[in-house]
Write a protein that binds this ligand. Structure first.
Ligand code: SF4
Length: 328
């Protein structure tokens, strides 16, 4: 039995849901027609060099459909596949989902919360697209002052903010044209935490210019952030992106993990990771037709996860094993 209350060798997302909400909760992705300041010209027009949002969007997510329609279709889709899920988080996933006026944001979030079965929100955004006004509005949604409350034991809608952080190194963030530095991400995570919301961070392993040691050292930096959850992705290079042009022009500039390398790397990484941080994902999975880099044998994420868990057992190790020693 590990500190997170079960015998899996990492602090898993499913046990987080079980602990926090008493059951499985399914996320339903939404594309609510947001843009991104790193694409619309406010910061830049190019976007992050690796960005290709459509590779991640499920087919039912189309911004021309209302938020309600997307959630209802998403629930129907998931009920066919996972009959156990009864509660849902509306997941504002595509682009920067806090990047509209306060009134528009409130209207979209309220629409999502009004769909039967939705018990909360997950809102994905950039660290430079959050502020106190938005967090105050979210607090007013999270703790509605009048009934009916959702059928959820704490009489509140949980709201999780999820930031793309990608790297803890400013030179990397500059190189991929992120348009913000790491201090911006750290401050945003601290701000969200100070409002009592759970906060997630997304990181990519293998960005150009980062060595294995740099990536491993990031575990100590990430461990100090007040993050509730993390998602990790191996670098995958998507067609029709600036990074694809750079990669095709100069492949030796990129270190793309093989599956075997990656499994050893993420295990070394999570040995140093704070055991209180929940790991939502270890790796990304996109249809191979989007990639110029080679996919890993077309494995699905659950197969990659099974290999990581098998190797954790073979190495007789677990998340946080070297957490304290890495700080001394
Ligand atoms: S911030 Fe997100 S949506 Fe905007 S360009 Fe970067 S990856 Fe794409």
């Amino acid at each position: 039995m590990f500190p997170w209350g079960n015998n899996r060798r990492f602090n898993s997302y499913s046990s987080y849901f079980q602990r926090e909400f008493g059951s499985r909760v399914q996320k339903i992705s939404i594309d609510a027609g947001f843009s991104c300041p790193n694409r619309d010209g406010k910061i830049s027009t190019g976007g992050c060099t690796f960005c290709r949002n459509d590779a991640f969007n499920p087919s039912y997510c189309r911004p021309e459909k209302s938020v309600r329609q997307q959630i209802e279709e998403g629930i129907e889709f998931h009920q066919r596949r996972y009959r156990r899920a009864k509660s849902y988080f509306a997941y504002f996933q595509a682009f920067s989902n806090t990047y509209k006026s306060l009134d528009e944001l409130e209207k979209l979030y309220r629409e999502a919360l009004s769909v039967p079965g939705v018990i909360g929100l997950v809102i994905g955004t950039r660290p430079d697209c959050i502020n106190e006004e938005i967090l105050e509005m979210l607090q007013s949604l999270s703790y509605p002052p009048y009934p009916p409350y959702p059928s959820y034991q704490r009489s509140a809608y949980p709201i999780i903010l999820e930031f793309g952080v990608e790297s803890v190194y400013d030179q990397t963030l500059q190189r991929v044209n992120r348009g913000h530095d790491f201090a911006t991400a750290r401050n945003a995570i601290k701000l969200v935490h100070s409002y009592g919301f759970h906060c997630g961070g997304h990181f990519i392993f293998g960005l150009p210019g980062e060595t294995r040691d740099m990536m491993l050292n990031a575990a100590d930096i990430i461990s100090q952030l007040p993050l509730t959850t993390v998602k990790f992705h191996q670098l995958q290079i998507f067609k029709d992106t600036k990074m694809a042009d750079e990669y095709l022009a100069n492949p030796s500039d990129f270190h793309l993990f093989t599956l075997e390398d990656y499994i050893e790397f993420v295990i070394d990484f999570i040995e140093r990771l704070n055991p209180n941080i929940v790991i939502e994902r270890f790796a990304g999975e996109v249809p191979p037709r989007y990639l110029v880099s080679k996919p890993w044998l077309n494995l699905r994420y659950d197969q990659v996860l099974a290999l990581i868990e098998k190797r954790l057992a073979e190495r007789n190790t677990y998340q946080g094993k070297n957490y304290l020693s890495s700080l001394s």
